[in-house]
Design a protein around this ligand. Structure first.
Ligand SMILES: [Zn+2]
Length: 185
């Protein structure tokens, strides 16, 4: 196999389209920031419990969700070295002055553009694709979290209510017995 001709020479300025993540917050989509789910059971009973979607451990529901925002940006780079790997799907790779030559980041040729405009033109699709992938993972995590939590939480509180009702009844019986004793005296 012949050695391919590199598109960029040592010292050339090139542009790499990139994405990065930055942490961000948005109102909780399930409680709309109210931190509470109001539920009506089949029995007609109504109850409020703290929103499981935005609950963070023992801190309770915060009314907001952390999410990862994707930003696109373009790096301006100077070609520092050229590498060939004829066994690779992308046989020509570069290392750049700004990110380290010898040790540092390696850029496949198709990831580098000759002009800023060409690199910028790639950003919307890259951001959209990455955002879609993150959203998909996030939606899956959210739905499994709700399924796990919501039912078990409602059941937990209903059990607590039943227990409290039994305690009230028992206290009321105690009170009634005391009242009877007094009458007997
Ligand atoms: Zn919430």
């Amino acid at each position: 196999m012949s050695i391919p001709t590199p598109k960029y020479a040592i010292g050339a300025t090139v542009y790499a389209a990139n994405t990065r993540q930055s942490p961000s917050f948005e109102p909780c989509p399930d409680c709309l920031g109210t931190k509470v789910w109001h539920s009506v059971l089949a029995s007609g009973e109504e109850l409020d419990f703290s929103c499981p979607t935005c609950r963070e451990g023992y801190q309770g529901s915060s009314g907001r969700l952390r999410y990862t925002r994707v930003e696109g940006y373009v790096e301006e780079l100077t070609i520092g070295s050229v590498r060939f790997d004829t066994a690779s799907e992308y046989p020509v790779k570069y290392m750049c002055v700004e990110t380290g030559v010898g040790s540092g980041r390696v850029y496949e040729e198709h990831r580098l553009q000759a002009t800023l405009e060409e690199a910028q033109a790639l950003l919307p699709k890259m951001v959209a694709d990455y955002t879609a992938a993150l959203e998909k993972r996030r939606a899956f995590n959210r739905s499994s979290r709700i399924k796990e939590n919501a039912g078990s939480m409602a059941a937990h509180y209903r059990a607590k209510i039943r227990q409290c009702k039994r305690e009230i009844e028992s206290c009321e019986r105690g009170l009634a017995r005391e009242a009877q004793k007094k009458e007997v005296r």
